[in-house]
Design a protein around this ligand. Structure first.
Ligand SMILES: Nc1ncnc2c1ncn2[C@@H]1O[C@H](COP(=O)(O)OP(=O)(O)OP(=O)(O)O)[C@@H](O)[C@H]1O
Length: 268
């Protein structure tokens, strides 16, 4: 297992946002976390990345505990994430957004930069090459010079993934990567996630509401409901699980996109 979450619990005052959640993700697997709004999905991500401190429970990366470490230390363990709402540098070009993601890995110091040493120049050239390669990998090489804010929304989401990949992660956490995408864009995203796993060997955990995307790309799915694990299994198992359907259809927001999307996938 690359990632093991054991008995993860997060309380906000009287609210139990995450309740004894456990799951494991194998190396180079794609694992989805789904569930109705407020189920605790983002809180699980926040506990894995140390954005929030778990109330209790353990998070292991390749067997080593990472819970309770500072967020930048977790990142240094090669854990990267994207956010539910795009968080790019809007006034900076796509290429520079990726270069900023790469910056943390550079070894040359400030004096190398000031002196313009060979080491500095070589590193800069290599970083630029990686950034260009990543823009091509996510399918937006033509946008290198475009300011992030001027890019179509779907391309901004791809750019976020390129920037996260620039940190050379072992584990990539994607928070609703298909949000705001139409079905065609969603299926192209499936292709990209498959290539992230197959060509780069990166393990992916994603929160996603688009059931077509989830069912097409996930090896396993954990379903959360009101903080606890309602079900876990392969897509076909989750697809057929009556408890999952009840949790989705039983929410007050039963007319929202996620439940109807779920019905659509089931052919209901
Ligand atoms: N910082 C916080 N302080 C207090 N309550 C919080 C905080 N963060 C989340 N919560 C609450 O914890 C519960 C779980 O929220 P979380 O955002 O993890 O759910 P989610 O499954 O990601 O929902 P969504 O699909 O709407 O993003 C919710 O009731 C939410 O209001």
């Amino acid at each position: 297992m690359l990632l093991e979450v054991r008995g993860l619990t997060k309380r906000f005052g009287g609210l139990l946002a995450v309740d004894q959640v456990s799951f494991g993700v194998k190396h180079a697997a794609v694992h989805a976390i789904i569930g109705p709004n407020g189920a605790g999905k983002t809180s699980v991500f926040n506990c894995i990345t140390s954005f929030e401190k778990p109330t209790s429970g353990v998070v292991l990366l390749d067997g080593a505990r990472i819970d309770g470490l500072a967020p930048h230390v977790v990142a240094a363990h090669r854990v990267a994430r994207t956010y539910q709402n795009v968080r790019l540098f809007p006034h900076v070009s796509a290429l520079d957004n990726v270069l900023i993601g790469r910056h943390r890995l550079l070894k040359a110091g400030i004096w190398d930069a000031i002196a313009g040493t060979r080491r500095f120049r070589q590193e800069q050239a290599a970083a630029l090459e990686v950034a260009r390669e990543l823009l091509a990998f996510v399918g937006i090489s033509h946008r290198g010079d475009t300011l992030a804010r001027n890019m179509p929304y779907g391309d901004q989401r791809r750019l976020e993934i390129a920037r996260a990949l620039a940190t050379d992660p072992r584990l990539l956490l994607l928070d609703e990567p298909a949000a705001g995408m139409n079905p065609q864009e969603g299926m192209r995203l499936v292709g990209l996630i498959q290539r992230i796993r197959e060509e780069r060997g990166v393990t992916v955990v994603m929160i996603e509401h688009h059931m077509r995307v989830v069912m097409a790309v996930s090896d396993r799915i954990t379903v959360l409901d009101r903080g606890h694990v309602l079900a876990e299994g392969r897509p076909a198992e989750i697809h057929a699980d009556e408890r999952v359907i009840a949790a989705y259809l039983g929410t007050p927001a039963a007319d929202d996109r996620p439940p109807s999307d779920f019905r659509e996938v089931r052919g209901a």
